[in-house]
Design a protein around this ligand. Structure first.
Ligand SMILES: [Zn+2]
Ligand SMILES: [Zn+2]
Length: 177
């Protein structure tokens, strides 16, 4: 796994964070627990209420980057997100492959999260273009996505939304025939 591959995977973490439902006050802790492979083993995944609201601000910024409609807006929002990051490259082979992490291994969970998310998202935007991020075209879904397909043709957050929309369009067509 090279830095680029790691970045492409890290952007998925950013997208999942942005799409996480936050009505439960413990949402951030649950998110960290279900993505614990991203944190140095032994990192405490407990978050204070203050840290939880900072995680929410990070999630909002990722979403704002995905919703931005001009390169200037993307840059503003991306830089706001990057200002929360504390990058310090760290070489590791924890999964058997030599690769770099963006955050120092002994950083608190929130710092590891914010740094990984901000750097992963930025790297994909810078390398593949800001148009690669978008919001799901399905009715009743406003999840954001990153499009890593070769021809940049993605419009839905998931296969579920894509097939649901295809079925809905088919039914709508049948009704009018
Ligand atoms: Zn790793
Ligand atoms: Zn969707």
């Amino acid at each position: 796994m090279d830095y680029d591959t790691y970045g492409s995977t890290a952007v998925e973490l950013a997208i999942e964070l942005a799409n996480t439902e936050r009505s439960d006050p413990e949402w951030a802790r649950a998110f960290l627990a279900s993505h614990d492979e991203w944190f140095t083993p032994g990192t405490s995944l407990e978050l204070s209420p203050g840290e939880t609201s900072r995680a929410a601000a990070t999630a909002d910024l990722v979403r704002a980057v995905a919703l931005a409609e001009s390169q200037a807006d993307v840059l503003d929002r991306l830089n706001e997100l990057l200002a929360l990051a504390r990058p310090r490259p760290y070489a590791t082979d924890h999964d058997g492959e030599l690769h770099l992490h963006y955050a120092r291994p002994d950083a608190p969970a929130l710092e590891q999260l914010t740094t990984t998310v901000a750097m992963g998202l930025s790297q994909v935007v810078v390398q593949h273009g800001w148009q690669r991020l978008g919001v799901c075209a399905a009715e009743s879904c406003d999840d954001v996505y990153v499009d890593t397909s070769r021809n940049a043709s993605r419009r839905y957050c998931s296969n579920t939304c894509a097939s649901r929309s295809t079925v809905a369009a088919y039914r709508a067509r049948q009704k009018t025939e």
